[in-house]
Design a protein around this ligand. Sequence first.
Ligand SMILES: [Zn+2]
Length: 278
Amino acid sequence: MQIIQPHYHAIARTAQDYERMAMSGVVAVAEPAFWAGFDRRYPETFIDYFRQISEFEPTRAAEYGIRHFCWVAVNPKEAENVTLTRAVLEQMPEFFAKPTCLGVGETGLHKSTKNECEALEAHVELAMKHGQLVLIHTPHLADKAHGTRRVLEVLAAMNVDPQRIWIDHVEEQTIGPCLDAGYWVGFTLYPITKCSPKRAVDMLEKYGWERILVNSSADWGPSDPFTLQQCVVEFRRRGHSLQEALEVFHNNPCRFLGQNPKFDIQPVRVEYDSAVGV
Ligand SMILES: [Zn+2]
């Protein structure tokens, strides 16, 4: 089955992951800019990182027949450094012109400090000014409910098009208000802690799949890109059709990401040969 990994940190993963993803149906990944595990000191370090994900990484993915797209941003953990954030934001528009860059992400909140909130606002403002999509990270575990509320407050005070904003890492307690406000939401699957494939399918069954994206964790921490395939299997095991699975794991990413014309992968529909029967 064709699958799109809408949130994938390729630079932290091996070529074998690309190969196995290709063998298990992944046709495209989208890589948001994120935290490197330590705080970077120079704006130039970000610029080279953006070059890596917008210029080099697509060539690595192409070896396996996978399309690679990216997003640029200063992640919330480093947004505490106001001077650095400002300097990087100034240079981000040049990356919006890259053929595989889809927008601003992941911005968002980590500890929901004043500096983080201001950085989030500046990122969203820049995205709206340049007609870019936005990917927003919400805090993990204990801070999730409060942090998500703050994200919604910051956005509510701005002039944004909710259909072009994706609030990621939602869970049972935060999905409702994000969907109600008209945003796209994402579930992020983890092998140990946080959201599991089973919980994700429970939420899909409860809320339907309009404006919902599912992505695996895939970074340098404990994570596993194939939790996404586990989720597909769990979804199908509960009796949902192949077309329904395609809607969730392929067509929804096409619908959201395709709002940026650079993402040109089209939704797919299964056609059965009526002469042979189903
Ligand atoms: Zn991420």
